[in-house]
Write a protein that binds this ligand. Structure first.
Ligand code: PLP
Length: 434
């Protein structure tokens, strides 16, 4: 069930959404951090379903007046339990691998609400699409289009062509790149070639166009520009006899990572701008108004996630305080991969805080970030890292043969395990003895 509130979730008193302090305890989704750590061990990813539901409700409310369809980008985080939760909402689901599809299917997520993404689909993945296990395939390149056409059966497979709009967006700015800097999708000539192939492929049905321009985008103008380019390409397609019933403008909506970040982008305004430009451009270009879709991942799940770590060592080297925690690059590669910031604080409240370098335990310089932690921080204390719901667990690996953490759902003081901690047997499962 999704919650009733569609109000934006907020940071309060320096604490992430869903966090509060009661006495000496930090509560996450109403559950003491110490209780979660004792029950499931650390590192532990806690997903607050109230925060998740509030983000879903906010997007639904923003999209409803414009009849915009929302698909959750499963790459941000997809567990069977989450897919089961999502199937009770009006959301669609994007998957980009057989593994993500299997998670959705295990949750009995309706296939007619699943889209298949990815820029290098395997034969098995294309077979799954051709067999009707998803509603549509978002095709990235000509080879994929031909391979899909070759296996399509009696019922035509609905296809969205992913275009490269030549826009690159990063947080506060976007640039028109001419498309040279990204591997994804068809440029203008490529689109014409793809439409030719479609025209000769009775097993495929052209549904429309798709573009995704980046992640953690605060600049509304980037979404507007993307919509405008999509409509321009839809006009090219229409001129070739292919009418776009559906235009998907991707995900990438930014989220707050720090207590004092503004509520940007205001989702409601961005969504209504997308709708306005799509309507304006379809009228101007004499196109039937398409169904507009968006596919946020991070903006729905990031703020619901908190990673709890236990301090293994609190030391001072060359005068600098370090906290070595029991996670690291293997369970959250984002800081190492692209310098992502995650706000963090100790479960224990303390007046004397010092800027501390928080590192994982990998054999890498795997700084997870810096945080203001108690000056007398000690081994065994808990540190909460915020906004870790998206692209942490889903990007985790087994570097150093560490076991991936458990994931627990929290809500209103209750907690339920939704992914168990890997065991060493899990880690070694694929090793062959001889
Ligand atoms: C095609 C596509 N759609 C949607 C998303 C979701 O982006 P975000 O999580 O930033 O909303 C991604 C992320 O990489 C993507 O590649």
């Amino acid at each position: 069930m999704i919650g009733n509130s569609s109000a934006p979730v907020r940071w309060r008193d320096g604490l992430a959404p869903g966090h509060e302090r009661r006495g000496s305890e930090l509560l996450i989704g109403g559950v003491p951090a110490s209780e979660l750590a004792a029950a499931y061990g650390t590192p532990l990813l806690a997903i607050d379903y109230d925060v998740f539901d509030a983000a879903i409700a906010r997007f639904l409310q923003a999209c409803a007046p414009h009849s915009i369809e929302i698909a959750f980008a499963g790459k941000a985080l997809l567990l069977v339990a989450l897919a089961r939760h999502l199937k009770h909402t009006p959301l669609h689901l994007d998957v980009c691998s057989l593994g993500e599809l299997a998670a959705a299917e295990r949750a009995a997520f309706p296939p007619d609400r699943i889209g298949f993404h990815g820029c290098g689909k395997t034969d098995e993945e294309l077979d799954a699409a051709a067999e009707g296990r998803v509603a549509r395939v978002i095709v990235d390149n000509l080879e994929e289009l031909r391979r899909l056409a070759a296996r399509a059966g009696a019922a035509p497979v609905p296809v969205l062509l992913r275009i490269n709009p030549g826009i690159e967006a990063h947080t506060h700015e976007f640039v028109r790149t001419g498309g040279g800097n990204t591997k994804f999708g068809f440029d203008t000539d490529g689109l014409a070639g793809a439409l030719d192939v479609l025209g000769q492929s009775p097993g495929l049905r052209f549904e429309g166009l798709h573009a995704h321009i980046g992640s953690q985008i605060y600049d509304r103008k980037a979404f507007v520009e993307n919509t405008r380019v999509l409509m321009e390409r839809a006009a090219h397609a229409a001129a070739a006899g292919f009418i776009s019933e559906r235009i998907v403008v991707g995900g990438g909506f930014g989220v707050r990572m720090r207590p004092d970040d503004p509520d940007e982008p205001a989702v409601e305004e961005t969504i209504s701008e997308i709708a306005r430009i799509a309507a304006q451009e379809s009228k101007r270009r004499n196109l039937p108004p398409p169904q507009i879709g968006i596919e946020p991942g991070r903006a729905l799940i990031a703020e619901a996630g908190t990673t709890l770590y236990r301090v293994m060592s609190a030391k001072r080297e060359f005068g600098k305080p370090f906290a070595i925690v029991d996670g690291g690059v293997y369970e959250n590669p984002r800081p190492a991969l692209y310098g992502a910031y995650h706000h963090a604080y100790a479960a224990r409240e303390d007046a004397q805080l010092v800027e501390t370098i928080v590192c994982g335990r990998s054999c890498e310089n795997d700084q997870l970030g810096t945080a203001r932690l108690p000056s007398d921080l000690a081994e065994g204390e808990l540190v909460a890292m915020c906004t870790t719901g998206a692209y942490t667990y889903s990007m985790a690996g087994n570097y150093n043969r560490f076991a991936r953490p458990a994931v627990v759902a929290v809500r209103g003081g209750t907690h339920t395990l939704i992914a168990r901690r890997e065991t060493i047997d899990d880690v070694l499962r694929n090793d062959c003895d001889e």
